[in-house]
Structure formats: structure tokens, C-alpha cells
Design a protein. Structure first.
Length: 447
């Protein structure tokens, strides 16, 4: 998840660098599909840790955690290596499985591919039961395959609609106060029309259009439309019939119908400057939006297309390299890294939702009554990536080694639909391409 633009920094896998990362994964070829386990080792000595270089504040928080761990005991010494974000996943992809570090950070959607290529080992035997129990269910959904955990994150992500209360009230728009009274897609469309009637330019919505949609922002930001319509990017190993169902086609027609109301937002300030009343984006914009709007800022769920409101989730996570000879020491470091002190320091640095139960409950932003409580409420109702019911909200992107193909084909289709292509044709084309790739790779099965 490693966007590089100012607006999407290291938060929800929404930008260019993840697209490059996934391209690197797709280019690396398939693995044997086997599982790999780290050796337990002595639980003492020096271990190597790889992480990607992000915002300075995040790097500082991580470096402080490593320094504190090293000084807290004398059995284990962590050697941290920061790798530039744009090169990070490509570096892991190019490194032989036997040369993986003891502990490695990875972007959530890339995990299954690393497991498939035997570069990540299960962590269940090495992290404590307390650490696993304190991870949020959404966090564990992103990091789990076949009943085993391969990764846990320090933080997650939140997606919704930020609203300008002053402009909404002026247009007489009734908007949700939380998940319990979410608006339907038709109500959202009606709100756009009402806002347009009060707006000289008629552009009242920001969909982060300036970066385009044929990228990870397209998938992270708008796969929730598919899920909310009752569809899936992949269901039981197939996209056809799930991605291009009649309900999803209808939802995508609605999505395209919003285009006349959308501000291109080329300067990144459409919402903060008051040009639009609604901005469909993630938690990472809260600091700028809160500073600009103050008490006029409201946080709203995405519209419901029939299967309940849905939202994206997932972010960077930590795991154990399959080549590690000291899984016990690696697990001890992960236990320390994922404690309340370090998770709180990291999420204070980047503003993301904490991915542990205790830190999330205590977060000034996300706790009950906090300004971003909605995102915590969404994450408290996780769907995983397969059982997407009407009552769950936060959906994990498909945990599959074939994810690079899934996101590339879906985001291409989304971009085409937004540009005017027939939804049925674009979605069916994407579904067929995904299914061909999965068939060619035996379904990317991981034992």
C-alpha cells in the first residue's frame, strides 16, 4: 500500500507505487504454491528487519521502536534496513526466498503472492497468543490464508465520504449520521442533484479523479460499489458471474451517472477550498480537511447499492521471512512492535486507524465519540474477502496470489466505464481475463 503522492502517502494502497509493486509481482511469474516455514532457532542473536521508507514521521516512529526494543533486553539485536518505497516490493520480488530477512514489512495485497512464492512463513507459532488476540478481526482477515496467519499490521485504513455540513445544509440535503442510517445510491444521487442546484458550476463531488482509476485507487476506492451491489471481484475462484452480474452492471451505470457532478480536482483542493460539498476518499485526508473546515466537517458512509454500505480496508503489515533461522526472535520483536506504545506512536505519526483492539479503543480520533469513529465502526464489521454479507462493512481485497491480475483488470474496467464504456462489456471483459489468468495458473492455489 504505498502511494507516493502527497494525498495518498503510505496509507491505503492507493497510488502509483503499489501499482508498480503489483506489476513487479505479476512479472515475476508464479510460484510452486507450496507453504514454507521459518526455523525456530534459539530466540537469541541478531535478526534482520526490512521495511519500506515512508513519511519521515513514520520512519522515525519505526526507528524509535527498534531502538527501544534493542535497549529493552540483551538477547536479541534488530538490524533495520529501510528500502525506498517505490523499490520495496520489487526488491522483495527480486530476492531469493532463502535470502528473505527474519522480519519483513509488506503491502497487504501483496502478501498472498509472497506466500505463494515461499517468501513468507506463518507467524502463529512465533508471535504470542496475546498479540494475535489483540489484532482486530479486519487486520487478521487481511493477513490470513487457510487458517494460518502470515501478517499483522500496526494500522489499517478507513474509506468514506467527507461532507461539508454548511454546503449540505444550505442545499437541504439530509445525510447519514452513521452506519445505522446509511444512504442509498439513489439518495446519494438525489443529494448530488440538490447540491448542483445551489452550485454555480455544478461540480459538487470529488472522486479523486486526478490520479485516474486504472490503478490501485480505482480498486481500493470503488470495489466497494461492487461489494455493495452484492457482487465480488472474485467468488469461489472465478470472476465471471460475480464481477459482471446484473446488479454490479447497474451499480456501475449509477457510478458513471455521477461524472457530470465531479470536480476533476487537479489541484487537490476541491473539498478543502469549498468547491465541492462531498469527497469520496480515505482517512488520510482528515488532517487537511479538518484544518480547512473545522466543525463543518462530517464523515459519512459510502452509499448502499442494495447489499449494505461497504468500504475498503487493509494496509501495510509485518511478517516473518520464510528463510529465517530464528523465528522465535522474530516473533519476540513482532510482539514488541505491535504493543500499544508502538502502535499508538505509529498511528499518531500517520493518522491511520490502529490495527489492534486496545490502541483503537483508546485512539482520540477513532474511539467512540471521536471524529473518525465511523471508520472504526466499519472496521468492527469486517467481511474478509469472501463472505460479503449485508451486515458486514469493511471488505478485504481478495487474498490471492493472483491479486495483481484482479486489480489490474478491474481498475481498467472501472476507468473504461467512467470514460463512457458500456459497463456490461467492460466488466465481462475484465472477468474473462481474470478467469483466464487463474486457469493458466491452476487457481493460484496455496496449500
Amino acid at each position: 500500500m504505498s502511494p507516493t503522492s502527497r494525498r495518498y502517502r503510505r496509507t491505503a494502497c492507493t497510488g502509483l507505487s503499489l501499482a508498480l509493486s503489483l506489476a513487479a509481482l505479476a512479472a515475476c511469474g508464479g510460484g510452486s504454491g507450496g507453504d514454507a516455514s521459518a526455523s525456530a532457532g534459539s530466540g537469541k542473536g541478531t535478526i534482520s528487519v526490512w521495511a519500506h521508507q515512508g513519511q519521515k514521521s513514520e520512519d522515525t516512529a519505526l526507528q524509535s521502536a527498534v531502538k527501544s526494543f534493542n535497549s529493552s533486553q540483551d538477547k536479541i539485536k534488530v538490524e533495520l534496513k529501510l528500502i525506498p518505497g517505490n523499490d520495496y516490493t520489487k526488491t522483495i520480488t527480486a530476492t531469493d526466498a532463502s535470502e528473505m530477512p527474519d522480519v519483513m514489512e509488506f503491502d497487504g495485497p501483496t502478501m498472498a503472492n509472497f506466500v505463494y512464492n515461499k517468501k513468507l512463513a506463518p507467524i502463529d507459532s512465533y508471535v504470542s497468543a496475546k498479540t494475535l488476540a489483540n489484532a482486530t478481526d479486519a487486520n487478521k482477515a487481511q493477513g490470513g490464508i487457510g487458517g494460518k496467519h502470515y501478517g499483522l499490521g500496526m494500522y489499517d485504513s478507513g474509506l468514506g465520504v467527507f461532507g461539508n455540513k454548511k454546503l449540505l445544509d444550505a442545499a437541504g440535503v439530509k445525510y447519514p449520521t452513521g452506519l445505522s442510517d446509511d444512504w442509498t445510491a439513489d439518495q446519494f444521487t438525489a443529494a448530488l442533484k440538490a447540491l448542483k442546484a445551489k452550485d454555480a458550476g455544478g461540480k459538487v463531488l470529488d472522486l479523486q479523479e486526478s490520479t485516474g482509476y486504472a490503478n490501485e485507487w480505482g480498486t481500493y476506492g470503488f470495489a466497494p460499489v461492487v461489494w455493495s451491489a452484492g457482487g465480488s471481484l472474485l467468488k469461489d475462484g472465478k470472476a465471471e458471474g460475480a464481477l459482471d452480474s446484473p446488479a454490479v452492471v447497474s451499480a456501475m451505470k449509477t457510478f458513471h451517472s455521477w461524472k457530470p457532478y465531479v470536480d476533476p480536482n487537479t489541484d487537490g483542493n476541491a473539498f478543502a477550498k469549498g468547491r465541492v460539498a462531498l469527497s469520496w476518499v480515505g482517512h488520510w485526508m482528515y488532517p487537511a480537511y479538518s484544518k480547512a473546515l473545522g466543525s463543518d466537517l462530517v464523515v459519512l458512509p459510502l452509499p448502499d447499492f442494495g447489499n449494505g454500505p461497504k468500504a475498503g480496508q487493509g494496509s501495510w503489515a509485518w511478517g516473518i521471512g520464510a528463510g529465517s533461522k530464528n523465528g522465535k526472535a522474530a516473533g519476540a520483536f513482532l510482539d514488541y512492535l505491535l504493543n500499544d506504545t508502538n502502535v499508538t506512536a505509529m498511528t499518531k505519526a500517520n493518522g491511520a486507524p490502529p490495527a489492534t483492539k486496545t490502541a483503537l479503543a483508546a485512539s482520540p480520533l477513532y474511539k467512540r465519540g471521536g471524529p473518525l469513529q465511523l471508520f472504526a465502526d466499519q472496521l468492527a464489521k469486517p467481511c474478509g474477502d469472501s463472505d460479503i454479507t449485508k451486515s458486514c462493512v469493511a471488505v478485504t481485497r481478495p487474498v490471492s496470489a493472483g491479486y495483481p491480475t484482479i486489480t489490474a483488470k478491474f481498475s481498467d474496467a472501472l476507468s473504461a466505464v467512467y470514460g463512457g464504456a458500456a459497463p456490461k462489456s467492460a466488466l465481462s471483459k475484465a472477468a474473462r481475463a481474470i478467469d483466464r489468468d487463474f486457469s493458466d495458473n491452476a487457481g493460484y492455489k496455496i496449500p
